[in-house]
Design a protein around this ligand. Structure first.
Ligand SMILES: *[C@@H]1O[C@H](CO)[C@@H](O)[C@H](O)[C@H]1NC(C)=O
Ligand SMILES: *[C@@H]1O[C@H](CO)[C@@H](O)[C@H](O)[C@H]1NC(C)=O
Length: 588
């Protein structure tokens, strides 16, 4: 949502974050003790009859005379049944295959755990073909009791759990599979990714409905508003029109449009202004007191005051900031449809609704709102700035680059956009593996920090690009300057912590920086998330789970929540797998 919320700007590889978190723990020390059990489920045991029709249990304690005879041993006979079963299986005759595997199971000696587990696993495969998932799960469970680290059976059971909607059980099995395979198997990785995403979406949807509105920190709100250069909310109320003319380089026709007919209104309503809800909201906003803003805006809207359109925009914005996008949405819709409202307000509403669509995963609707905004006010740099960020998120690097180019050509003094333009140049150069363009991006960064020595974002984004390029010394220098310029911005500390990890593998320094970020802003979800990921890697799963839960409570959008739930569930699953299979990530 916000330009500077941090996570929006982080470049991500093709691996999902949870997998990176888990893969650091691999290769793992797998406990050998207790791996093989000689017990079998009673129900299966009673199925198994020897050729005399006697239960096999009596046989086990009573060495059978026929085993010593030079005919096929029972184990060999069982293998023969299995091979026949495999032939049926390959021919698509699953019922017959199941019969053969059942016979193999029946005659196989009890202490031949390895063979038995294979027969159960094969029978599960045949049941899977018939879509009989509860049988798949039963057979895989027996196979796993016989051979605890049987990844084939684990993965098959994971797939069956997924089919019957047992997502958490699926996740535990597939997590164990991934760890045992050392994250080398694409199929199990894909299933883990899918089930984590499904669970995350489902839980976020539920949680979001009952989310407790939380006002973000002042710093966050400040950063959010600074990502708009033409937001009327931030401009002095009495001089709305003048400041627009001063700062926005509008075309002449726009100026006329904005001034015409407003003068007489001002005279009529100058006394009324003092009791207006919006004026009060605006005064609170300027003082950095946000708690009453929504109420005051509601008064303005319900009284149909002069600033009703302003109030709609401000109320929607604060609903969004509090994480109540569903309440903000109707205000934006209404404002966008108000054809006689100031177009700066309507364009701002379109940008915010576009971001809302993006957060709900609908990029088509998002881009459509941005296109409408461009038609309404083609020279409004905010549109290109925010669409550029959206294109970065969508990995449409070239479109992003064009948007930032347009933005800075309209508004060359907008330092934040200049810095993001450089970052887009950097990303594009990186995607095209072009050393020349890479150098051009780095040079552009140097120019931005020289031209805008007060813009901490410029230093912070340059630092991220340098970190990516493994120019750690210089990256650190840039982060330190960013911290000096804006000591109250927690995300810089988090990014610097990530640098410490990558540069020096210094976990303690990283953790200290993340904690510093939380000292500054105890509502910084990015810090909780990143710290949680570090705790997963350190094997402190309980603490990681607490941190992810805290981040979920603070997340402002359903999409962020879904992502955090994926991290949380991955940590929970890993914690259970660690207990069940005695698999522990190495401590750092
Ligand atoms: C397995 O599936 C087949 C075909 O769908 C069905 O006819 C059969 O009853 C199922 N078997 C069990 C044990 O559920
Ligand atoms: C986006 O929303 C529109 C309706 O506004 C819908 O028709 C479309 O299917 C949605 N797209 C996605 C990817 O959800």
């Amino acid at each position: 949502m916000a330009a500077s919320s941090g996570s929006d700007n982080v470049s991500e590889g093709s691996w999902p974050k949870w997998a990176i978190a888990l893969a650091i723990g691999a290769p793992v020390a797998v406990g050998v003790a207790g791996a093989i059990y000689y017990t079998r489920k009673k129900s299966k045991v009673s199925e198994r009859k020897d050729p005399d029709g006697k239960p096999s249990e009596t046989k086990a304690s009573d060495p059978a005379p026929e085993q010593t005879q030079p005919v096929l041993s029972l184990a060999e006979q069982a293998q023969a049944h299995k091979n026949k079963g495999n032939k049926y299986f390959k021919g698509g005759k699953y019922d017959s295959a199941i019969q053969c595997y059942t016979e193999a199971i029946a005659i196989c000696p009890d202490d031949n755990a390895k063979d038995l587990s294979t027969f159960f696993q094969n029978r599960a495969a045949a049941h899977e073909q018939l879509k009989n998932y509860s049988e798949v799960i039963e057979d895989c469970t027996v196979a796993l009791e016989l051979n605890k680290q049987y990844t084939k059976a684990l993965f098959r059971r994971a797939k069956a759990y997924e089919k019957i909607g047992e997502k958490m059980k699926c996740l535990e099995d597939v997590t164990a599979t991934c760890i045992l395979e050392g994250f080398q198997n694409q199929n199990s990785m894909l299933l883990a990714d899918k089930v984590l995403k499904d669970m995350g979406k489902e839980k976020a949807k539920k949680k979001y409905e009952t989310r407790v509105p939380t006002m973000p920190s002042k710093q966050f709100i400040k950063s959010y508003f600074s990502s708009f250069s033409q937001d009327i909310t931030c401009q002095p109320l009495e001089t709305v029109k003048e400041s627009k003319e001063d700062t926005e380089q509008e075309s002449d026709s726009d100026k006329e449009e904005a001034t015409e007919g407003d003068e007489d209104k001002d005279k009529d309503e100058s006394e009324e202004i003092t009791k207006s809800g919006y004026v009060k909201a605006k005064q609170s906003f300027d003082k950095g007191e946000y708690e009453d803003i929504i109420n005051e805006c509601t008064k303005e809207i319900e009284g149909d005051g002069k600033y009703a359109a302003h109030a709609l925009l401000m109320r929607a914005t604060f609903y969004m900031l509090e994480g109540q996008a569903t309440l903000g949405r109707p205000d934006l819709d209404k404002l966008i449809d108000m054809e006689d409202a100031d177009k700066k307000l309507r364009v701002n509403a379109l940008i915010k609704r576009g971001s809302m669509h993006m957060q709900q995963g609908n990029s088509t609707d998002a881009l459509s709102d941005f296109a409408t905004a461009v038609r309404l006010d083609p020279e409004n740099s905010d549109i290109y700035h925010h669409r550029g960020q959206l294109n970065v998120l969508l990995d449409r690097v070239d479109e992003a680059l064009r948007d930032f180019e347009k933005c800075v050509s309209i508004n060359p003094t907008f330092a934040l956009a200049q810095a993001q333009h450089c970052y887009a140049m950097y990303r594009s150069a990186f995607a095209q593996r072009s050393p020349m363009q890479l150098q051009a991006a780095m040079n552009a960064f140097e120019k931005v920090i020289k031209d805008f020595p007060e813009c901490s974002e410029g230093f912070a984004l340059f630092a991220q690009a340098l970190n990516d390029q493994q120019q750690y010394d210089k990256a650190d220098e840039m982060f330190l300057t960013a911290v000096k310029l804006e000591p109250e911005n927690p995300t810089t500390y988090v990014h610097r912590g990530l640098l410490m990890l990558q540069w020096k593998q210094d976990v303690d320094a990283a953790v200290t920086l993340m904690k510093k970020a939380l000292e500054i802003d105890n509502k910084c979800d990015f810090a909780y998330e990143t710290l949680g990921t570090i705790e997963v890697q350190r094997g402190n799963l309980e603490h990681a789970i607490q941190l992810f839960e805290r981040a979920i409570d603070l997340a402002r959008t359903e999409m962020e929540m879904a992502h955090l739930y994926s991290l949380l569930d991955a940590a929970i699953a890993q914690s259970r797998v660690a207990a069940t299979y005695n698999i522990r990530p190495p401590m750092q």
